[in-house]
Design a protein around this ligand. Sequence first.
Ligand code: DX5
Ligand code: ZN
Length: 218
Amino acid sequence: MKRKTLYAPSLLSADFSNLHDAVERIHASEADWIHLDVMDGRFVPNITFGPKVVADLRPLSTLPLDVHLMITEPERYAEEFISAGADYLTFHLEATVHAHRLVQKIKERGAKAGVSIVPSTPVWMLEELMPELDLILIMTVNPGFGGQSLIPRCLEKVRYLKQAAQRDSHDYLIAVDGGVNRNTADAVRRAGADVLISGSAFFKASDPREEVRRVRGY
Ligand code: DX5
Ligand code: ZN
């Protein structure tokens, strides 16, 4: 079954002193989800925000909140982010030993479970988790900062995941994060991505609605 491609603006490139405006911009753009990058200064060399920001944003939108944890030991904070209103909770395979246990816990608590891998992690490392996952997020830059260029080789992973899903009837959505913009979007969509995450290009765009349409392809 062909799914509609979804566009998820990443708040990382928003003005953090005015998140209200950022959410309004997302609503006006007709984007599908809101992507929230949580960074701890350990798993990645940058720090952003914690569950309170997610909880404060929750009443401002009915769009799904897609929380991307770039933190070590994500199991310590998963429940807090779900209580704060995360619809999708994605953590990094590289950040915990017991990824399978954490996926179960996220689903038991009523959220959708996602796992992400950085560019240096081979995609087959996800094999055992594939039947359990609601979302797989392929990082197409090294996580930590917005505004980097997409690493084309990472799209091979997207193709692999698409084929695996078709072959083995897996249900996960494939999300791509890092360097997605109107110049790279075609290749990302053709590789098989279901969710296109974009930060700097979205917040720089003079017409965000047009940007979303161009990137999403409709
Ligand atoms: C990077 C984050 C991304 C980031 C993408 O570590 O996970 O979500 O916002 O930014 P752009 O679209 O500028 O590459
Ligand atoms: Zn992200």
